[in-house]
Ligand binder design. Structure first.
Ligand code: UGB
Length: 603
């Protein structure tokens, strides 16, 4: 089939060509020019085939076979959950700040030292439409801390909290970032330009996911790039790649050797995510869960996956995320005529998956060794017509990281932890125009709502710790109605858990709605603080700062609206629809070791 071209190929390339022929891909070689003509392009083609082959568990042949099967199922209209009956699973529902919550938080904060963190950041964020990588976005614009910096600061603070009072330094907590061709270079630059935000160079590992081959028909014929007849068209395979890249990197066994017990997976833009992590990690540890998915209450039919128990006729069952577009039809097909509906709590009984997973490293490694890093995939072809014989455009297999438990056997301990939405979930996924169209009462998931959610969560935590906080104002930015609470931000060094907050806030503190409060440093306590304006307190170099009976009044940082269309503002500001006007502020900076008490002052 390659005729005289065989002479220009290595034995490995000939093997790959044979594999492609055996897997029904002869069309790739029709009309190949004679040797001497386009030889460089032919070798380029085989380089890409070799890459696609080595990046997929079982190689390209396995990819083609899996695709053929999934495409046949899709054509036959088979739902991946056909034969399963959904029911409401049992999980841990936590109430922020109660006794049980604090017990889990305390246990989890310690377990963090035996954890590795994995950030999936290969997505382009097409819905958001930001020109940079999403992890570089400011999580909020009071301190301009980027998402990546916030995540790293929190991991470092967990490490520091565990090291406190010990004579020997503890092992650095590892962080893996999965990137893709779309995000890799910018992620490297962001880390390099900021000296890894304080992490040691070998504490962070970047693993790049690769795209997979596109398919042009139900026979899984590999599609060529329309603009290059020697380039296979490729598309992203999805965040489920994280399991394969981790397994192939060899990190899992290395982590086991040094005593890592838990692997925590999380997404690129959720400024609240670490607020729920200590407690959820505590749930995993105290219940010895193999899989613990973090979840929030979810309105019926809301566009996030629901966690459900699925049971088969033979009694086997699994607790798994079912994407919202599959959950409702599955319920209707199994005797629930109204599908997914809210119960008396006003929420769907199927909690919403927020794609933060805590996996037990030992069973995770064992499972991935069985599958060579592969997890369940799916295909979503857009058919030309009801005959389902041809596609509008090429398709490819995809996979989602939360589908990892699908291959586990029934004896695995799979649970979930439901947290308050205000505490744990405020992703930034939608551009301002789309967010403005979201029906009232539904989550906006925009840069505006993501930032405001951080202030709200911090204020609500302080309220629970006894601080008197003036309630929010409703404002509209970029066409989105939003609650504006006092802009309270603290660094993870200041507090990681509710217990930390309670220990550091005493007496009767009061904060007005127009206020901004930024706390940075692990040893700052507030007692009887009255704030009506902007106050920044930073303590470094071992200083212990006690603020007692301090009253701060100034004009503060005023929020002024910014029009998304006004290009005179930078993109990060325009996309949230407001900026701060610094009319007045009080800054207290301490950098000398020892105790410092600021008491009975009015500023
Ligand atoms: N990502 C990658 O790293 N690689 C990829 O190829 C694709 C994405 P999206 P999605 O939080 O509400 C998920 O696009 O996939 C990273 C869950 O499936 O933001 O639509 C990407 O960088 C869904 O059940 O989300 O939906 C980002 O960090 C629900 O939990 C992450 O993967 C939903 O998130 C998620 O990518 C949610």
């Amino acid at each position: 089939f390659l005729g005289p071209n065989l002479s220009i190929l290595s034995s490995f390339q000939i093997k790959l060509a044979r594999m492609l022929m055996e897997e029904g891909q002869a069309h790739l070689f029709t009309n190949w020019p004679l040797p001497g003509d386009k030889d460089f392009d032919k070798l380029r083609f085989f380089d890409q085939v070799a890459k696609l082959d080595s990046n997929y568990p079982g190689g390209l042949a396995a990819y083609i076979r899996n695709a053929r099967k999934l495409l046949a199922d899709s054509k036959a209209g088979k739902n991946p959950f056909t034969g399963y009956v959904p029911s409401v699973p049992n999980g841990e529902k936590l109430i922020y700040g109660d006794e049980k919550f604090m017990q889990y938080e305390e246990a989890g904060a310690k377990e963090a030292q035996h954890s590795a963190f994995v950030l999936v950041a290969g997505g382009l964020g097409e819905r958001l439409g930001y020109s940079g990588i999403k992890v570089a976005l400011p999580s909020e614009t009071t301190t301009e801390t980027s998402y990546l910096q916030l995540y790293i600061n929190t991991i470092l603070a967990l490490q520091a909290a565990n090291s406190k009072g010990r004579s020997t330094r503890l092992r650095p907590i590892p962080l893996v970032i999965m990137t893709s061709d779309d995000t890799h270079r910018h992620t490297v630059e962001l880390l390099d330009n900021n000296k890894n935000f304080g992490m040691l160079p070998d504490q962070i590992v970047l693993l790049k996911q690769e795209k997979v081959a596109c398919l042009s028909d139900n026979d899984a014929s590999i599609a060529m790039d329309p603009s290059d007849s020697f380039l296979i068209q490729t598309k992203p395979h999805g965040h489920g790649d994280v399991h394969n890249v981790l397994f192939s990197s060899g990190l899992l066994s290395r982590w086991q050797e040094v005593g890592v017990k838990w692997v925590l997976f999380f997404q690129d833009t959720n400024g609240l995510l670490f607020k729920g992590i200590p407690a959820s990690l505590g749930v995993s540890a105290l219940k010895d869960l193999d899989v613990n998915s973090l979840a929030v209450n979810r309105k019926a039919k809301e566009a996030i996956g629901g966690i459900a128990r699925l049971t088969q006729d033979n009694g086997s069952e699994m607790v798994i995320n079912v994407e919202y577009n599959q959950l409702d039809p599955l319920l209707r097909a199994t005797g629930h005529a109204e599908g997914d509906v809210n119960d008396e709590t006003g929420f769907s009984p199927f909690p919403g998956n927020i794609n933060q997973l805590v996996l037990k490293l030992s069973s995770y490694t064992e499972e991935l060794s069985k599958t060579n890093g592969a997890i369940v995939e799916f295909v979503n072809p857009k058919y030309k017509d009801a005959s389902k014989t041809s596609f509008k455009s090429s398709t490819r297999l995809e996979c989602m990281m939360q589908d990892y438990p699908r291959t586990l056997n029934s004896s695995a301990k799979v649970g979930f932890t439901v947290l308050d939405t205000w505490l744990a979930y405020a992703p930034v996924k939608n551009n301002p125009e789309d967010a403005a169209k979201v029906p009232r009462g539904n989550p906006l998931h925009s840069a505006t709502s993501g930032e405001m959610a951080i202030y709200r969560a911090n204020c609500m935590i302080l309220q629970k710790a006894g601080v008197n906080i003036e309630g929010p104002k409703i404002e509209i930015y970029n066409g989105q109605e939003t609650e504006v609470w006092p802009r309270v931000v603290w660094s993870p060094k200041w507090a990681l858990t509710f217990c930390d907050v309670k220990r550091k806030v005493k007496g009767l503190c009061q904060i007005s709605q127009k206020s901004t409060l930024v706390l940075d440093g692990d040893n700052v306590t507030l007692e009887n603080l009255v704030l009506d304006g902007a106050l920044f307190i930073r303590a470094t170099g071992g200083s212990q700062v006690n603020i007692k009976s301090m009253r701060v009044f100034n004009d503060g940082w005023k929020i002024t609206p910014v029009d998304f269309a006004d290009k005179s503002y930078r993109e990060e500001i325009r996309m949230r629809g407001f900026e701060f006007q610094r009319l007045g502020q009080q800054t207290l900076f301490f950098d000398q070791p020892g105790e410092c008490c600021v008491s009975n002052v009015s500023m």
